[in-house]
Design a protein around this ligand. Structure first.
Ligand code: HEM
Ligand code: HEM
Length: 176
């Protein structure tokens, strides 16, 4: 079984965001010019993804993975009882994580921008907020990656590979 799910916009967005965020959070000097430039690039990426969520291909659209607590609870109970899920695009728990990551990236960008405006220049609370949001995003990313590997093992579908190739594929029990 082989299904085309992630269009190139979703895939390029995903890996650019992942690399950009990791670089900013871990390697790049926060006091340098590159920090602000790459930070804004991430904000632009997320804004483009928001537009693509409205007009993009089927599984890229927000309507394909609406934020829903009850669907997320249903997925948790599927996991607890060992039932296989039936999701081609993002799962309900994955959807909640995605909205969390997108909103957090925008708030990091907003606090970073405000810190550099004359009105808030040198504001300690904004600096703190920027740092706390980054820590929240880092924790979220770790949970995101752990969940992707867990769900890959549970479903038998290599999800990281699907985010690279665009295709979700699963070996059928009869070897097909
Ligand atoms: C800084 C690191 C990362 C960030 C900020 C991040 C963020 C995201 C976001 C926003 C999405 C939603 C994609 C969309 O619909 O546009 C997503 C999905 C996904 N990410 Fe990541 N990601 C990161 C790292 C990773 C890594 C390292 C892997 C692989 C090991 C990974 C695997 C996936 C997969 C497989 C999906 C699709 C999940 C599904 O099937 O529903 N991500 N990620
Ligand atoms: C996803 C994007 C971003 C990440 C991961 C990030 C990460 C960080 C981190 C880890 C720090 C150090 C905070 C601390 O030590 O507690 C920092 C500081 C800072 N960030 Fe960002 N940032 C991002 C986006 C931005 C943007 C868009 C701007 C500005 C437009 C910005 C402006 C700043 C400034 C002015 C500082 C303070 C630097 C100093 O110590 O003088 N950041 N950021």
């Amino acid at each position: 079984m082989r299904l085309y799910v992630w269009d190139p916009v979703v895939r390029i967005f995903h890996w650019s965001l992942a690399l950009g965020f990791a670089a900013l959070a871990v390697f790049i000097d926060p006091e340098g010019k590159l920090h602000v430039q790459l930070g804004y690039a991430i904000v632009v990426l997320v804004l483009l993804r928001l537009v693509w969520g409205l007009v993009g291909t089927r599984h890229a659209r927000f309507s394909d993975f609406p934020p829903s607590l009850s669907a997320a609870m249903g997925q948790l109970s599927d996991i607890a009882t060992g039932r296989a899920g039936n999701h081609v695009g993002h799962t309900p728990l994955g959807a909640l994580m995605i909205y969390n990551l997108l909103v957090t990236m925008l708030l990091i960008g907003l606090t970073g921008y405000l810190m550099l405006t004359p009105r808030f220049f040198g504001s300690e609370p904004l600096y703190e907020a920027h740092g706390i949001l980054v820590t929240w995003a880092e924790i979220s990313v770790l949970i995101h990656i752990a969940a992707v590997f867990y769900e890959s093992a549970r479903s038998g579908i290599n999800l990281p590979l699907a985010m690279l190739s665009g295709y979700k594929s699963r070996k059928d029990r009869n070897g097909g």
